[in-house]
Design a protein. Structure first.
Lengths: 412, 151
């Protein structure tokens, strides 16, 4: 509580500074969007659709990725519908989408040859558990490659016993997870970082003398699941997610580009984008909305809606009860001001339409899907994939120089 | 009720108990001690209007607060930090109810979860390096205590 009070005071100071002539940009109609053409050396194709069979995804961006046994190009599998997530770090594949018989990825050890490592990946709504294995990866359109990448194989049948310290609900199947895998290209270089080097964190990394006796373990930075972008030989300081605009009625599918690197090629310059430096510890920024500063702000392709607090917008009355999606009787236009830990500010315009009406279309992409934010501090402000439609959103990785700034930052 | 004022009278203890146990919601102050040991954290105890708050801070920036009734029962827990907590430990006997409710389809995907049932409220939000959550048992919350003060 004391930390939050301290943050609030800092925000007030910044806001006052901005009101006195600080930088604000991004207001008005969005500038014409230039989407990089997919292909080598650094642009992957993104598709927003229903997801893999058995999943009815909404506002979820996917790429395909090829997984190979290291140094064995004959033992490969291309996995479709891997979610592009700028809010997590690391490549993870669901065992249900991977043929480990044909592609027997070697396991990572903790340094002792027979003691293998597993991980419990924590989300706000559950956990995904599985082995850590090495793979050579290729993004099939850009032909970006990385060798001996530590990949989490979620739901690995070799480790059917989920440790009791990896709490549920389990998201270890394609249908429970909502994708065949997840490509975490967020602002951090490793998923856990230094905290897991020093101490065996609860519910994170495990060492397994046998497949059913996994205990909490430390993990060196090299042993941890890393942001795959950092492992590329070039274009490795961040990504740009470039998705086409979606109108008020939604869209059945949307395509776009995942651009690797910032300021490294002619197609990924920072240009006129405004940089919002993130808190280096938490990756958070501040969003000011209707006079309130929300200190737990972020922009995140892995969120399928814009989640924020506004008691003037009614929530849906259809089941479940309570239903956290917003259901205004007519579409409403909203504005927030985003502010990084630097003095830069950006105007964030977005709309909110009736979620029931949107879902009734059967479409998969909505720029105006919003819901309440359950962040218990009341400080949450999450601009999810809806915010990405029609904007090129930059996510720069911690400690990397991207353009003339050092990550972590958001920009658009 | 303002709990911040009570921080002035806080006591700082260090972990000394090594009893492994699942604790927290519905438990008593002895189970809080077990949590301190499990998390290798430092404990600060504050109290106001009969409600005692045990705050555990770990070396890696996670803060857990456990709210106890005048009758020494944990009626609420909250947490924030870079990793999401072991909810089986935090929710104790209420974990099964949480897991069943959280397994239902819900808005917010991997980033947000809100459970609002007559016997249990759980709110979790965040992503890697920045999680925040709280849970309480409405039937255990003291009459003069506002749940807005669980944070």
């Amino acid at each position: 509580m004391r930390n939050l009070i301290a943050l609030s005071l800092i925000q007030v100071t910044f806001l006052a500074a901005c009101g006195g002539g600080g930088y604000t940009s991004g207001g008005g109609p969005p500038p014409s969007q230039n989407i990089a053409t997919p292909g080598p050396p650094n642009v992957e194709t993104i598709t927003v659709d229903m997801g893999p069979s058995g999943v009815s995804a909404v506002n979820t961006a996917y790429v395909s990725i090829q997984i190979c046994v290291p140094n064995n190009p004959a033992m490969c599998q291309t996995i479709d519908h891997v979610e592009v997530d700028t809010g997590s770090t690391g490549l993870r594949i669901l065992a249900g989408a991977l043929n480990l018989t044909n592609v027997p990825l070697p396991q990572e050890t903790n340094g002792t040859p027979t003691v293998f490592m597993t991980e419990c990946l924590r989300f706000a709504d559950g956990s995904s558990y599985g082995s850590l294995r090495f793979a050579d990866i290729t993004l099939p359109v850009s032909m970006k490659t990385a060798s001996s990448v530590v990949v989490q194989v979620i739901g690995d049948p070799l480790y059917p016993t989920v440790p009791s310290t990896c709490p549920g609900p389990a998201e270890n199947t394609v249908t429970a997870f909502g994708a065949n895998g997840i490509l975490g290209v967020g602002p951090f270089a490793q998923d856990c970082g230094s905290a897991c080097v020093a101490t065996a964190q609860p519910s994170t990394y495990y060492s397994c003398p046998s497949t059913s006796t996994c205990g909490a373990s430390t993990a060196t930075l090299a042993q941890q699941v890393a942001n795959p972008v950092t492992l590329f030989s070039s274009d490795n300081n961040g990504v740009i997610v470039e998705l086409r605009p979606v109108g008020s009625a939604g869209a059945a599918t949307v395509t776009g580009s995942l651009v690797f690197g910032i300021g490294t090629q002619s197609n990924n310059a920072l240009g006129s984008a405004t940089v919002l430096q993130e808190d280096t510890f938490s990756g958070l920024i501040t969003a000011t909305y209707k006079g309130t500063a929300y200190s737990h702000g972020f922009i995140d392709s892995g969120s399928n809606g814009n989640f924020f607090t506004d008691s003037s917008i009614k929530t849906c009355t259809t089941p479940p009860s309570p239903n956290p999606w917003y259901c205004p009787s007519a579409e409403v236009s909203e504005t927030a001001t985003l502010q990084g830990t630097n003095a830069m500010m950006l105007t964030a315009n977005f709309s909110v339409a009736n979620a029931d009406g949107l879902f009734n279309t059967g479409y998969t992409a909505f720029s105006n899907l919003g819901g309440t934010n359950p962040d218990p501090t009341g400080m949450g402000f999450d601009l999810g994939l809806p915010f990405f439609f029609g904007r090129n959103v930059y996510t720069a990785i911690e400690n990397a120089t991207a353009g003339s700034y050092v990550g972590p930052y958001f920009a658009y | 009720m303002k709990l911040t004022g009570a921080l002035l009278s806080s006591i700082v203890l260090t972990a000394a108990v090594a009893t492994p146990a699942f604790a927290a919601l519905g438990g008593d102050s002895a189970t809080v001690q077990a949590d301190v040991a499990r998390m290798k954290g430092a404990l600060r105890i504050t109290s106001s209007a009969g409600v005692t708050v045990h705050e555990i801070t770990t070396s890696y920036g996670t803060v857990v607060r456990e709210y106890l009734t005048p009758g020494d029962k944990v009626f609420a827990v909250s947490w924030h930090g870079p990793v999401n907590l072991d909810l089986r430990q935090m929710l104790g006997d209420y974990y099964t109810q949480y897991e069943q409710a959280a397994s239902m389809p819900h808005p917010g995907g991997h980033r947000h979860l809100a459970i609002e049932q007559p016997g249990l409220v759980v709110q979790v939000s965040g992503r890697m390096r920045a999680f925040v959550g709280r849970a309480w048992v409405p039937g255990l919350v003291p009459q003069n205590f506002s749940v807005n003060d669980i944070n």
